[in-house]
Every structure is written in structure tokens, then in C-alpha cells.
Design a protein around this ligand. Structure first.
Ligand code: PEP
Ligand code: MG
Length: 572
């Protein structure tokens, strides 16, 4: 059976299916006959949960570092909490209720206490209790819990959706691909998949229902298809494709130390989008000329409290030092939309992508913002730092953010802390209002970075997570190209540079157009850099400028796509 979805991360995978099911945990208040028997049942479930958590903690430390391990260390402490255990035992003994019911009742009261606390750190302990309760209930009710961190053989993970923090827990050695019911090419799980180099197909709508745990599957991250229970013939075809894919990757290695330059000598910068300091390995392996977007929100995810100034400082310093003297654009916290923090109380919103997110949240919760800015400024002396604010809609927002940055800098200097004098401060252009007023913004910023993932969704009013309207993801539509041109022209008029860090920057149909429009910097998943550089080396600016001009005068996304495809055929 073939299911068609959206190709989210290149490559092929042939492996067994690992399903992450939404669990049904039905707890009833049935009475028990013997306290001793029930206590034994609880102790067994408790022991199993403890040893699983120990395995997960050890794996997290090895694969993801100490800080991720600490989350599970906290779970281990909580699952052995004497008050929690005492409460459950006495309820079983006195009321003769079953272990699952006692666990549910006692943990509910703990959760309620934590949730009512003022302090954010204490509040988030409630989420931890829910987590360990789920594990214990699975053992008590004999419901199989498919825990991604326990995977120890090659698999394709199939799920409704994979959250960015779950993606971060996937073990690259065994997870050969992932397939999800929801999501689009620019959802954050898709972006993470590309940076982890895991082939992925998203927006499959019904894969979770149709796939069986343990069955064979082929995942085609190029065409966006998955084949359930394929024939031997198909497996052989795909094994061949996999070999060719790897050979092609090897051939691109000759562009590793080359400049990003057209046939007629026009040079740009091709840099990488990263989410964690570990991604620096990927940039080096793929010949990136810098970091065009460091999505710092991943530092805040997959944990139970805010990262401290010191933790952030270490992460930023690591990237700056390892990449020095290459330029590093670090974006301040862009939380909200599809990126949530379990420990940050966010209002329920009808439209989270249009709501309280990114710079809006940072200007409102100044203490969160200032902690990050202090860490960034302290790290600035360790490399070529550029700071960028996300989701700027108005000039006032940019000026407010910049003045908080300057205040923070002065405070640090007063404390005797050294800060670089050469930090460029720029903004993302993700909102049409900012693109339209780019000529005025250009007087205040040092650079623009166009975030097309959001700019496209806001220009066409089409949610980037909603596969039903994914036909409106139209990167070549002249309306969008005209907005991009306005930004680039405005930057150049003021002697500033314009880059792009949306996924469009690594798209082979977009690249000729963006070069023709004069884009200076292209920031993409590290794994896309070499093929983009190889493509660019076959192009001629004398042809690209008229090509872009022609595209701007067209009416349809497809028309532009055909125009560029004809050109790409010509230079093949
Ligand atoms: C963008 O919107 O294009 C972008 C790069 O930011 P993010 O994908 O993190 O929203
Ligand atoms: Mg964005």
C-alpha cells in the first residue's frame, strides 16, 4: 500500500515500523481482594519504571548531553518520593482500591498542589508527575508504551506528530526515518529531521491508522511517499536508490572547500540553520560558511525549567568559538506558534501563529529576554556574533528590542564584563508589514534575514502546519517574490546585507531567482549546502537577473516554476 504525503527530509529508509500510539489508559475504582497481592503488583510496575528511567537517563546523557539527562534524573527522584509512595500504599491498604486507582488519586492531589503554585518552577513539576504516572500506569494496566528513547534496532517511527523535543530524543543510529499524520515541510519536526539527516514524510493523514507496529516499510523522503509491506522487488529497487543517493552525496564532497560563486564570479555566502551546538559538526562536514540562523528556542525545549544565563552562555560560546572567524547569526527566543514550553504558562489561543509569540513575548516578559541577551553579550567576545530579533512587525518593536539590548550591554559593562564592540543587530522579515516598510527598517538595522517559512504563511494566510491548505505554500508566486525584492533592494540602498533563512533558501527552484534578485546570504539545513553550491556553480548572473525580472511579471506560482525548470534543464 502506498500513502502520499509531503516530502519533509531527503533520503530513503527501508526498515521496520515503530509506532507511537496515543495511549488508552482506563483506570476504574474496582476493589481488590488482597492488599499484599496488589502491593506486589505495584512494586513490580514501580521497579520496571525505575529501571526504564535509568536506561533513558543514561542514553540521554550519551546522545544528547548532561542537561537532557537531568530531566530524567528528576523523574527518578520523583518516582521514589516517599510521600507519593506512602500515599498510594496506605490508600490500597485502607480502602482496598486497586493500585492504578490509588496512583491516579494520590498523584492527582500532588498535581493539583503543584499546579496551584505561583512559582513557575514548582508549577512545572506537575508535568513531571504526569509523565512518571503514565509510565507506571502503562505497566500496571499492561499497556505497551512505545518509548522512542528505548529504540535499539533500525526503525521508521510512525506517529500522529512528533514534537520538536521528541525529535531531539531520537537516536540517529537507529531511527532511519519518520512518517507522521500531520505537519508540513516547514513544521519544526520536519526542520529538525533535516538537520539530523533523518529522511521524513509528513502530512500523511492516515499512516498511524494504516501502519502496523513491526511491519516492513519503505520511506521515500524525496517523493514524499511511504510503502507499507513492500514487495521484494520494491525493496531491491529502493536498496539501489539508497546506494545511488549515497554515491551522489559523496560526489558533492568536492564542493566542500569551494566558495559559493557563479560561473561569472558573483559570490554569496552559504551558511547553515542550526538548533543546538551539536549541529556545528554538520556545518563543518557540509562546508557551511557560517550560521545564518541559530534557533535558540531548542535550548529551552525538552526540559522542565528555563535555561540559566550560564547554560545559555556556554551554548552560544561553544558555537562562536568552534566556528570563529565565521559569522554566527543568533536569533533571540522564538517561542509560541508550534513551539511550546511545558513550563511556561501560555494563554490558550485561537490562532497561536498569530498570537503571543517570539519578540511579542520577549518584550512582555523582559526578564526572560534580558537573561538571554546577557548570555549572548557575554559570549560575543568569543567569535563573530550577530544578533537577530524574530517576528518583527513594527519599527517600534525593533527599536524597543534594540534599546533593551543596549541597556543590557551597559549594565554588563558597569559590572566589569567585557562585551564585543562589533555586534551587528538585525531582524527577521517574516511578516508582510515588515517587508512593505523595509526601506524604513533598513535605516535602523544592520541586516535583514527573510524568514520565508512564516512570510509565506502570513502572505497567503495559510497555516504552515495545515496540510489541507498546503497548496497555498507558494514560494515562487510573484507576490512573494516582489516582497523579497523589496527587502533586498531596501537593504542594498542603505548599504546593508540581506539574507534568507527560511527553507526556501535551499530550494533549487528558488535559488536562481534569489540570486537574480541579489540576495547576499543563503542559510539552509547544513545538508543542503553542497548541492546548492554545486548548482550555483553552473549558473551565470547575466542570465539570472533577466530570469528574476521575468518571474516578477508573471501571475502564477506554476508559471514561474516552469520558467525556472526550463532554465535548470538548459544548464544541466
Ligand atoms: C522562518 O519563519 O522562515 C524561520 C526561519 O523561522 P522559523 O522556521 O523558526 O519560524
Ligand atoms: Mg519564523
Amino acid at each position: 500500500m502506498v500513502i502520499k504525503g509531503i516530502a519533509a527530509s531527503n533520503g530513503y529508509a527501508i526498515a521496520k515500523i515503530f509506532k507511537i500510539e496515543t495511549l488508552a489508559l482506563d483506570v476504574t475504582d474496582e476493589k481488590i481482594a488482597s492488599y499484599e497481592d496488589e502491593k506486589l503488583k505495584f512494586d513490580t510496575a514501580h521497579q520496571k519504571s525505575i529501571s526504564e528511567l535509568q536506561t533513558i537517563r543514561d542514553k540521554a546523557i550519551i546522545n544528547l548531553g548532561e542537561e537532557h539527562g537531568a530531566i530524567f534524573e528528576a523523574h527518578l527522584q520523583m518516582i521514589q518520593d516517599p510521600e507519593l509512595l506512602g500515599g498510594i500504599e496506605s490508600m490500597m491498604e485502607n480502602d482496598l482500591v486497586n493500585a492504578a486507582f490509588a496512583l491516579q488519586t494520590v498523584s492527582d492531589s500532588f498535581i493539583a498542589i503543584f499546579e496551584s503554585m505561583e512559582n513557575d518552577y514548582m508549577k512545572e513539576r506537575a508535568a513531571d508527575i504526569k509523565d512518571i504516572r503514565k509510565r507506571l500506569l502503562c505497566h500496571l494496566l499492561e499497556v505497551k508504551m512505545n518509548d522512542v528513547t528505548l529504540i535499539d534496532e533500525p526503525v521508521v517511527v510512525v506517529a500522529e506528530d512528533i514534537t520538536p523535543s521528541e525529535t531531539a530524543q531520537l537516536n540517529r543510529d537507529f531511527v532511519k526515518g519518520f512518517a507522521t499524520n500531520i505537519g508540513g515541510r516547514t513544521s519544526h519536526s520536519a526542520i529538525m529531521a533535516r538537520s539530523l539527516e533523518i529522511p521524513a514524510v509528513v502530512g500523511l493523514k492516515s499512516v498511524l491508522e494504516k501502519a502496523n507496529h513491526g511491519d516492513q516499510v519503505i520511506l521515500d523522503g524525496v517523493s514524499g511517499e511511504i510503502f507499507l509491506n513492500p514487495t521484494q522487488e520494491m525493496i531491491t529497487t529502493y536498496e539501489q536508490k539508497l546506494v545511488e543517493y549515497n554515491e551522489k552525496k559523496l560526489l558533492l564532497q568536492r564542493y566542500l572547500d569551494k566558495k559559493s560563486v557563479t560561473l561569472d564570479g558573483h559570490q554569496v555566502e552559504m551558511s547553515a540553520n542550526i538548533g543546538t551546538p551539536d549541529d556545528v559538526d554538520g556545518i563543518i562536514a557540509n562546508g557551511g560558511e557560517g550560521v545564518g540562523l541559530y534557533r535558540t528556542e531548542f535550548l529551552y525545549m525538552g526540559r522542565s525549567n528555563f535555561p540559566t544565563e550560564e547554560e545559555q552562555f556556554i551554548a552560544y560560546k561553544t558555537v562562536l568559538e568552534r566556528m570563529d572567524p565565521k559569522p554566527i547569526v543568533i536569533r533571540t527566543l522564538d517561542i509560541g506558534g508550534d513551539k511550546e514550553l511545558s513550563y511556561l504558562d501560555m494563554p490558550e489561543e485561537m490562532n497561536p501563529f498569530l498570537g503571543y509569540r517570539a519578540i511579542r513575548l520577549c518584550l512582555d516578559r523582559k526578564e526572560i529576554f534580558v537573561t538571554q541577551l546577557r548570555a549572548l553579550l557575554r559570549a560575543s567576545i568569543h567569535g563573530q556574533l550577530k544578533i537577530m530579533f524574530p517576528m518583527i512587525a513594527t519599527i517600534s518593536e525593533f527599536l524597543d528590542a534594540k534599546s533593551i539590548l543596549l541597556e543590557t550591554k551597559e549594565a554588563l559593562i558597569k559590572e566589569g564584563i567585557e562585551v564585543s564592540e562589533h555586534i551587528e543587530v538585525g531582524m527577521m522579515v517574516e511578516i508582510p508589514a515588515a517587508a512593505i516598510l523595509a526601506d524604513q527598517f533598513a535605516k535602523h538595522v544592520d541586516f535583514f534575514s527573510i524568514g520565508t517559512n512564516d512570510l509565506i504563511q502570513y502572505t497567503f494566510a495559510a497555516d504552515r502546519m495545515n496540510e489541507t491548505v498546503s497548496y497555498l505554500y507558494q514560494p515562487y508566486n510573484p507576490s512573494l517574490l516582489r516582497l523579497i525584492k523589496m527587502v533586498i533592494d531596501a537593504a542594498h540602498k542603505e548599504g546593508k546585507w540581506a539574507g534568507m533563512c527560511g527553507e526556501m533558501a535551499g530550494d533549487h527552484i528558488a535559488i536562481p531567482l534569489l540570486l537574480g534578485l541579489g540576495l547576499d546570504e543563503f542559510s539552509m539545513s547544513a545538508t543542503s549546502i553542497l548541492s546548492a553550491r554545486a548548482l550555483m556553480s553552473k549558473m551565470d548572473m547575466k542570465k539570472l537577473k533577466p530570469l528574476a525580472e521575468k518571474a516578477l511579471d508573471m501571475s502564477h506560482n506554476d508559471e514561474v516554476m516552469n520558467l525556472v525548470n526550463d532554465y535548470l534543464e538548459e544548464i544541466k
